[in-house]
Write a protein that binds this ligand. Structure first.
Ligand SMILES: Nc1ncnc2c1ncn2[C@@H]1O[C@H](COP(=O)(O)OP(=O)(O)OP(=O)(O)O)[C@@H](O)[C@H]1O
Ligand SMILES: [Mg+2]
Length: 232
């Protein structure tokens, strides 16, 4: 049963030309999904729709069987989806830990020791306490990317959306992040990753391809080496 489903979804920025057209995709919990396609094919646009930051100009998106356009999207964004933006969207003058703590607070979830949870999440993406206590503007691009990933995972959302989460990382760190996202999927989360990386796409259970010039899309099973455990 899918957690998020798209029904004939289309999107146009100017009301004239469609960037996305007729997308019928479904995203299951416990699954690692990749969205691939050429630059400009509409991947970030599709992720914005899934994040509830924009609404389709045609068709509809359902979350847990309910029309996302009719849900409290502010609540959906704060509690249900963790997003890693292509441009990170971190607050540069706050430390890495403060960025994560802010998201924990905004989620409204009953997390008692937010400082500890933030540090644990940052450690999980390989950031030491020293880096956690450094202002984001003094971190490297790859370190900022890891803060963005820690922040998206921190409040235990049901859906994780990530736009090129390994774009600035070396191969070893990229593998660590793929492992982390795969583990999140195995815990039952619905993980959706936009990627240009064949290595990342190869780890996905399901690959959704956006075809430029925005007219067609396909979905296929991934080639992941270790299949997902059978659900009871
Ligand atoms: N705010 C906007 N207003 C108008 N057009 C936009 C806007 N944002 C994106 N576009 C256009 O929509 C199309 C899809 O953009 P999008 O950012 O979704 O592509 P993408 O697949 O994420 O590309 P990339 O791989 O380079 O990140 C592009 O042609 C882009 O120029
Ligand atoms: Mg993009």
């Amino acid at each position: 049963m899918s957690l998020i489903s798209l029904h004939a979804v289309g999107y146009s920025y100017d009301g004239v030309s469609a960037v996305l057209r007729d997308l019928d995709w479904s995203f299951e919990p416990g699954c690692f999904h990749a969205i691939v396609g050429r630059s400009g094919a509409g991947k970030t646009t599709a992720l914005s729709l899934l994040a509830g930051l924009a609404t389709p100009t045609s068709g509809k998106i359902e979350f847990d069987g309910r029309d996302l356009a009719r849900l409290d999207r502010y609540r959906y964004r704060r509690r249900d989806v963790g997003v890693v933006f292509q441009s990170f969207n971190l607050l540069p003058h706050l430390t890495a830990r403060e960025n994560v703590e802010l998201t924990l607070r905004a989620s409204g979830k009953p997390i008692r020791d937010k400082r500890r949870v933030a540090l644990d999440r940052l450690a999980g993406v390989g950031l030491s306490q020293e880096l956690a206590d450094r202002r984001v503007l003094k971190l490297s691009g790859g370190e900022q990317q890891r803060v963005a990933i820690a922040r998206a995972l921190a409040f235990d959302p049901r859906v994780i959306l990530a736009d090129e989460p390994t774009g600035n990382l070396d191969l070893t760190t990229q593998e660590d992040i793929i492992d982390l996202l795969t583990a999140s999927a195995r815990e039952g989360k619905c993980v959706i990753v936009v990627t240009h990386s064949p290595e990342v796409a190869q780890c996905a259970d399901q690959v959704h391809k956006l075809q430029a010039p925005h007219l067609k899309s396909t979905s296929r099973r991934g080639k992941r080496k270790h299949p997902a455990p059978a659900t009871p």
